[in-house]
Design a protein around this ligand. Structure first.
Ligand code: ACO
Length: 363
């Protein structure tokens, strides 16, 4: 019998991240997520993940300026956003622009790839609203610039910190579906752009990175705290999955959910979040955990990263159809690091399948 879903199959050795599903712990290159979020910037974590994996050393003091220059460099591709591309969902239009980058394995390709979704997604979103795309500001960090390029105003300190915390939190996460896709393509030596394009495509589905938009849809549909329990029960009765709950590896709470919940707190304190939305989300989380325990006692199901992602990105005024694209912006660093690690390890990934179809008739 084949292992549908490859559960518990070990398909790589990595020094990039470890996901401990029993303890609810995430380690990124030797550092616990709790020590990174709020203490390290996105650029610090990018330098940490890329260290020793590229043809040139990655200097943590220089990467902020180098990444800013890369954002300026890739902005030229925004011109290619024609009517056909702008009719696509923002995620697909962004992916189409990433496909324009020249493939390679080197430092410059890695930096262009890190910059590209961060520049392309705000440009797509603005053009789809009939606004002109805004060029990057090389004086800003990646998080600050994403917000500035999208909204056209200088973001607050709390907003930049919240987005930075999000990008750090989701930077890498073991051998998830999109990272595996990146490693499979890297093992063929196709190049970093090809690897990242495969990963972007894998991220898109609602069982992976496509969940946070539906989390907000669910909160909208529930509407009030008193409607939480009946609504969730009816959803499970229909056989629906509750978006933002459950995980292949975690059997306890996803540590990234709490990192993001903490990252939202300063926005709440600064009055930059709709408090009613947060109260509703907390009521839905409590009701969902109770109901899931009652209905699925055999399978420990808890909140995952996508639940608080939805609240954080909503608070930063990203439209919900852009949420998966923001996830891609943050996870690109993990995809690149894994692709390089795989390419260095050398062997082509080529598993086997079991043929269960008909055999040719004997002559
Ligand atoms: N709501 C209700 N039931 C669930 C949920 C959920 N969110 N997640 C799992 N289950 C149930 C399944 O129905 C199944 O029950 P059964 O045995 O009675 O049929 C059982 O738990 C096991 O489900 P699997 O599909 O085997 O679990 P898997 O490990 O493949 O699922 C997944 C992981 C895809 C994330 C799942 O929990 C899910 O669909 N969650 C909702 C979507 C979501 O939030 N995705 C984001 C994940 S985080 C990320 O990728 C960044």
């Amino acid at each position: 019998m084949s292992n549908n879903g490859l559960e518990d199959v070990v398909a790589a050795e990595t020094s990039l991240s470890e996901v401990d599903g029993q303890a609810g712990r995430l380690i990124i290159r030797g550092q616990s997520l709790d020590h990174l979020v709020g203490h390290a910037t996105y650029e610090d974590v990018a330098a940490l993940l890329l260290d020793d994996l590229l043809d040139r050393p990655v200097n943590p003091h220089e990467i902020k300026a180098q990444l800013a220059q890369a954002r300026v460099g890739v902005f030229a591709h925004v011109e290619a956003l024609d009517e056909t591309l702008l009719r696509l969902p923002p995620f697909d239009a962004m992916r189409a622009l990433v496909a324009r980058l020249a493939d390679g394995e080197d430092f410059d390709t890695a930096l262009s790839l890190l910059a590209a979704p961060a520049v392309f997604l705000p440009a797509v979103l603005r053009l789809q609203k009939g606004q002109s795309p805004l060029p990057p500001n090389p004086g800003l960090s990646q998080s600050g610039d994403i917000l500035a390029m999208l909204h056209g105003t200088m973001p607050s300190r709390e907003q930049i910190a919240a987005l930075d915390a999000y990008l750090v939190t989701i930077s890498d996460h073991g051998l998830n579906a999109s990272t595996f896709a990146s490693r499979v393509v890297a093992s063929t030596k196709a190049g970093l752009v090809s690897s990242v394009l495969a990963a972007i495509s894998a991220l898109k589905g609602p069982l992976h990175g496509g969940a946070p938009g539906p989390v907000l849809d669910m909160l909208d549909a529930i509407g009030s705290q008193k409607n939480a329990r009946p609504w969730l029960e009816a959803a499970l009765e229909r056989g629906d999955r509750l978006m933002g709950f459950g995980h292949r590896i975690y059997r306890v709470r996803d540590p990234r959910a709490d990192a993001l919940k903490s990252a939202i707190a300063p926005l709440i304190a600064a009055g930059q979040v709709d408090r009613d939305r947060i109260s509703l989300a907390e009521a839905v989380e409590t009701a969902a955990l109770t109901i899931l325990k009652e209905r699925k006692p055999a399978r420990p199901l808890d909140v995952n990263v996508e639940f608080y992602t939805a609240l954080l990105l909503d608070a930063l005024k990203f439209p919900r159809q852009a949420f998966t694209g923001i996830f891609a912006i943050g996870r690109t660093i993990g995809w690149i690091a894994h692709a390089r690690e795989q390419a260095q390890q050398g062997r082509l990934i080529r598993p086997r399948s079991v043929y269960v179809g008909p055999m040719p008739e004997a002559a």
